[in-house]
Design a protein around this ligand. Structure first.
Ligand SMILES: [Zn+2]
Ligand SMILES: [Zn+2]
Length: 403
């Protein structure tokens, strides 16, 4: 989706687009360990560390953790743990983050005070060109540097699974999108998966809804939203419990032929999570009633107890299940490799990251799969759902067309 016109200079566009996709070829594949056996699932990815832990010995000491002063993405009990971890594996990531941060800082410096356009007076274009930043050719190396930083933080987030690190990735991703609504790096498709890793399902829902609608906003309303926003802030309205909404009813744009596949996958992701939570709650209630049941009198309150435990948010659960089916059908129609590939992610991810994406081709799903597979497969029932649809070892087109 393109909202604003980007540079008319073809060369600048090509150069930048190429640069934006020559990123790292990291694959984020997990061993498939899932919380299936955990008795009560609360709709959250349990692998996320809410608070930092020691990156070396994976414990939380009773004293305060020390943070690596170069990269701020690794924490330690003491200098012994730090030294051992640095030698063992941290060195390369630490260098990458430090290098990317410095590059962003260096590239940002001249942009704070530079004459721009027809105005001879120096200006801070971080304030004066919000939303249109990419129209200024001088900003391109800064935007590229920041895009690299986002990717490095995502890589670090996958390796640490610490909330603070995911939030750094989110901060910079949102910052990029706010500066340049034209979004040449397709940051829109990454943010939902960062939010899902952070267990922020309502925010995922609100974010995707906002961008599905953004196409229909006029320039003036978008400008208003942007001018009022602050760096690192949400630029879309947030609502509580929005993830329970009917995605099709609230988003007519889902039926647009060029709807972003990542948005559909993100919606599917959060609906599958929601159903897994409901099923886990029901299982717990049934278990508790079975243990203590004194005949039908207790069974009469079964549904009431379930409603109470689930906050009565689900309405008719059958409608949520229907949405899962409809989303899966739609995704499969757009790209028949997308869903089966979750059952054998390496067939896609072992290939080189494609530089461009073609609708319906495996190249379209590479990034989505990479950013979402570990977290998606950890949802209880997600793998079963896919296996019921496609079989345990489905055949699908995995041959990426490199253009
Ligand atoms: Zn330690
Ligand atoms: Zn470090």
């Amino acid at each position: 989706m393109k909202i604003l016109t980007y540079s008319t200079n073809e060369e600048a566009n090509t150069e930048r687009n190429v640069d934006s996709i020559v990123l790292t070829d990291f694959c984020y594949v997990r061993d498939g360990s899932s919380p299936e056996k955990i008795p009560f699932y609360e709709g959250k990815d349990l692998h996320l560390y809410e608070a930092p832990i020691c990156s070396y010995c994976l414990t939380t000491p009773t004293t305060r953790l020390l943070c690596c002063s170069r990269c701020h993405i690794a924490w330690y009990c003491d200098s012994r743990c730090q030294k051992a971890h640095y030698k063992m594996e941290h060195k390369s990531l630490c260098n990458d983050v430090a290098k990317d941060l410095k590059r962003v800082e260096d590239e940002a410096r001249p942009l704070h005070n530079t004459p721009f356009g027809e105005d001879p007076e120096p200006q801070n274009i971080f304030e004066t060109q919000v939303g249109y930043f990419g129209l200024v050719p001088e900003t391109h190396s800064y935007l590229n540097a920041r895009r690299y930083l986002v990717e490095t933080y995502i890589h670090a987030s996958f390796s640490t699974e610490i909330k603070d690190v995911w939030e750094k990735a989110l901060f910079h991703a949102l910052g990029l999108l706010r500066l340049d609504m034209n979004d040449p790096f397709d940051i829109q498709m990454i943010i939902p998966f960062i939010l899902l890793h952070l267990n922020r399902d309502d925010d995922t829902y609100d974010f995707v809804c906002f961008w599905l609608k953004a196409n229909t906003f006029d320039q003036e309303s978008l400008e208003k939203i942007l001018c009022r926003s602050q760096e690192g802030e949400w630029i879309y309205p947030r609502e509580t419990s929005s993830r329970f909404d009917d995605v099709f009813e609230h988003n007519p744009a889902l039926n647009d032929p060029d709807v972003h596949l990542a948005f559909l996958v993100a919606f599917l992701f959060l609906k599958v999570r929601l159903i897994a939570t409901y099923d886990a709650t029901c299982k717990s209630v049934d278990f508790a009633l079975h243990e203590t049941a004194h005949g039908p009198r207790i069974l009469e309150v079964r549904d009431a107890v379930k409603d109470m435990l689930t906050g009565n948010m689900y309405g008719d659960i059958a409608i949520q299940r229907q949405q899962v089916e409809r989303l899966a059908d739609l995704i499969h129609r757009i790209n028949p490799s997308m869903l089966p590939s979750y059952l054998n992610v390496r067939r896609i991810l072992n290939q080189k990251r494609p530089r461009t994406q073609t609708r319906g081709d495996p190249s379209e799903i590479y990034d989505i799969l990479n950013y979402s597979n570990s977290c998606f497969l950890r949802i209880p029932g997600a793998q079963n759902m896919l296996e019921e649809r496609f079989g345990e070892n489905p055949t699908f087109n995995a041959q990426i067309q490199y253009t």
